[in-house]
Design a binder for this molecule. Structure first.
Ligand code: S3P
Length: 178
């Protein structure tokens, strides 16, 4: 049972960071609903603004173009209030992005075991351009990339383990830490 009342949350802007498949969009949407905040998924917003899927943006315009759209969109959301933002897994690769999130809101890292990320990514219908590896290579690709990124994810204000298939468990942990 979640016992913290909506208006007791201390930040007006909450960023969820973590690897692909860590549950940012699912947990973020639940958290936003629970708090009565708006929910924004940066990948979805960038796709809508560009009129192309993230995979198409990567293949047609390149990763650098996507990253610059991602940083520009992040700047925009740092001015919004009462919002939960699920960020793309690579958002933290720019130190400016990390600073922007740390300085303007509460940043939550959803941490997850590589094996669980692998099974969520391989079951998902989303086309993820950075993980077109065959199933056998996927675990080692995730493990390597996560190893590099974890140091940036770990700068978050709050670290939540999200290995469970039940997203309400992560929601409860977040609310309990407030
Ligand atoms: C990426 C993660 C994706 C998306 C893009 C790149 C990454 O978002 O932004 O494919 O570099 O980890 P999700 O983490 O929401 O899947």
């Amino acid at each position: 049972m979640i016992i913290v009342m909506k208006n007791q949350f201390s930040s007006e802007r909450i960023f969820l960071i973590g690897y692909m498949g860590s549950g940012k969009s699912t947990v973020g949407a639940l958290l936003a609903e629970h708090l009565g905040f708006h929910f924004i998924d940066t990948d979805v917003a960038i796709s809508q603004l560009q009129g192309n899927s993230v995979a198409e943006i990567f293949s047609q315009d390149g990763e650098d173009h996507f990253r610059s759209r991602e940083s520009a969109f992040l700047k925009f959301v740092t001015e919004l209030d009462q919002v939960v933002i699920a960020t793309g897994g690579g958002m933290v690769m720019s130190p400016d992005n990390v600073n922007a999130m740390l300085n303007t809101g509460l940043t939550i890292f959803l941490d997850c075991e590589p094996q669980i990320l692998k099974s969520r990514i391989s079951q998902s219908s989303i086309n993820r351009p950075l993980h077109n590896d065959s199933k056998e290579d996927l675990l080692s690709a995730i493990t390597q990339k996560l190893e590099v990124r974890r140091q940036y994810y770990r700068e978050a204000h709050m670290i939540i383990q999200n290995n469970s298939s039940n997203p309400y468990k992560a929601l409860e942990q977040i609310m309990a830490r407030q």
